[in-house]
Design a protein around this ligand. Structure first.
Ligand SMILES: [Zn+2]
Length: 100
């Protein structure tokens, strides 16, 4: 499903070298809960928690979320990150409508 997810947004980014799946994840900052995805900028890796693979919607959401970190270079809750994620969503809907 990963190629289709990237195709839905118009392709993969060169900033992403690999998408990896992990059984366990780091705890989210300030919370006692594991993250479901992670962007590792030094390596160019998107890491997805294995449980996200049970749902295409969850998996795609995690990929798009982490990709938005990769493309914006910005952290959660920042304006730059939010603008990138918003652009991703708009692009996907536009491509979807135009391809019908
Ligand atoms: Zn995030």
């Amino acid at each position: 499903m990963l190629p289709q997810i990237f195709a839905a947004r118009g392709g993969i980014s060169r900033r992403v070298t690999q998408v990896l799946v992990s059984e366990t994840m780091r705890l989210m900052e300030g919370r006692y809960q594991e993250a479901v995805g992670l962007w590792e900028p030094r390596e160019g890796w998107i890491i997805v928690k294995r449980s996200q693979l049970q749902s295409l919607a969850d998996f795609a959401a995690t990929i798009l979320h982490e990709l938005s970190h990769a493309l914006s270079g910005a952290p959660d809750l920042s304006l730059e990150f939010e603008q990138q994620l918003t652009a991703e969503l708009g692009g996907i809907v536009a491509r979807n409508i135009l391809s019908v």
